[in-house]
Design a protein around this ligand. Structure first.
Ligand code: NAD
Length: 351
């Protein structure tokens, strides 16, 4: 602590480590970044250019008594080692996602946090995404009636990055990278037991790790969700697509373009048939405007700085942590079940 502010130090000062620095330096009351440790000299030099302490080793960083919180933003295979060392040094830990390589590693991390009586939380930052919170509001408030289908997708066309993300031993692959976010979001939205998971993996540009996937999730009530990540999609499908008994909603992109369409009149059901050169359909004829209403998406306020506000409030005993260990474990076991389903090409029971 310094001047009653929590002091944070970063292990792994790459792209995401620097994102955290910029977020905190843009102003979060009661928190500052003191310094970093990274294996690469160029990242230590960059830290110095930004007036941060560049620790000579991880041990030196952990021995700094002023440091209250250690952020671990290394590649995924190093999370366990850094987290456990920091907890044992008496630090609170914020770890990047995916928290670990598997559920056994996560269990060790949780056990150490409990033994050391320190906070151990994971940066599931996409719980603060506006698109997710908007869809969650539509779901929670039953704005579409009873939802029976949710599709959550992230599509890119750049393949998998050519760094550690393409290598199994560092925890590469899209299930661990993006899957962990969209699975966590789904489980935060649908608070039901899951009956089963069926997963297929893509290997379009990378043979070693999955560069995309599709997961079909069936919940106990029958609600189904499709989770999909693609990195060879030159035309993107909508980020979200939700179907309820009374309407549909979509969010097209990262910028919240989207709409809700809801039924206003079930009785007027006369359809003008659609005729194409080779056929005719009434079933698939679009509805006419007098039976439906197209509306803007509801607005939800969100602020990612609340993640760190909650971390500090939890350390000082004024709040409960928002991102809980049992939630992390359920997501980790979900990812393991998805890999098992893909490996055996079977529908895997869950929960
Ligand atoms: P990166 O490759 O840009 O940075 C990783 C850094 O860690 C590198 O500078 C590397 O030199 C350093 N490093 C590696 N091993 C180390 C060790 N043993 N000790 C100290 N430093 C070490 O990767 P990134 O994109 O910043 O990803 C880092 C972590 O953040 C990953 O776990 C990733 O999944 C996560 N991430 C999260 C989000 C999010 O939205 N929550 C977004 C991107 C990345």
């Amino acid at each position: 602590m310094r001047d009653n502010k929590y002091c944070l130090a970063i292990v792994g000062f790459g792209g995401m480590g620097n994102w955290h620095r910029e977020l905190i330096e843009s102003g979060i009351d009661g928190l500052f970044v003191k310094g970093v440790f990274d294996l690469k000299q160029e990242r230590l030099d960059y830290a110095k250019e930004n007036n941060l302490v560049a620790y000579a080793s991880r041990e030196e960083l952990l021995a700094d008594e002023e440091v209250d919180i250690v952020l671990c933003a290394t590649p995924n295979d190093v999370h366990k080692e850094v987290t456990i060392a920091a907890l044992k040094a008496g630090k609170n830990v914020v770890c990047e996602k995916p928290v670990a390589m598997n559920s056994a590693e996560l269990q060790e991390m949780i056990n150490t946090a409990n033994e050391c009586k320190k906070l151990f939380v994971v940066h599931q930052n996409r719980r603060w995404d506006q698109d997710f919170l908007t869809m969650k509001k539509i779901f929670d408030e039953k704005l579409l009636g009873e939802v029976h289908c949710i599709e959550s997708r992230v599509h890119g066309s750049r393949g998998i990055p050519g760094d550690w993300r393409g290598e199994v031993e560092h925890g590469g692959g899209m299930i661990l990278d993006w899957g962990v976010h969209i699975i966590d979001q789904l489980l935060q939205m649908v608070k039901e037991n899951i009956k089963s998971i069926y997963c297929t993996l893509d290997h379009v540009t990378n043979e070693l790790v999955d560069d995309g996937f599709k997961i079909m999730v069936t919940f106990e009530s029958g609600l189904r969700a499709l989770l999909e990540v693609g990195t060879s999609n030159f035309i993107e499908l909508p980020r979200w697509y939700m179907l309820g008994t009374n309407g549909s909603a979509t969010i097209e992109d990262w910028y919240m373009h989207g709409k809700m369409v809801r039924i206003t009149d079930w009785d007027k059901n006369d359809a003008v048939p659609v005729k194409t050169a080779a056929g005719l359909t009434k079933t698939m004829a679009p509805r006419t405007d007098e039976t439906i209403k197209t509306e803007d998406l509801p607005h939800v306020d969100t602020d990612i700085k609340d993640f760190y506000r909650n971390v500090m409030a939890t350390i000082s005993g004024k709040a409960d942590i928002l991102i809980k260990h049992d939630e992390l474990m359920r997501v980790m076991k979900f990812m393991e079940a998805a890999f098992e389903s893909a490996r055996t090409n079977t529908v895997v029971p869950f929960d």
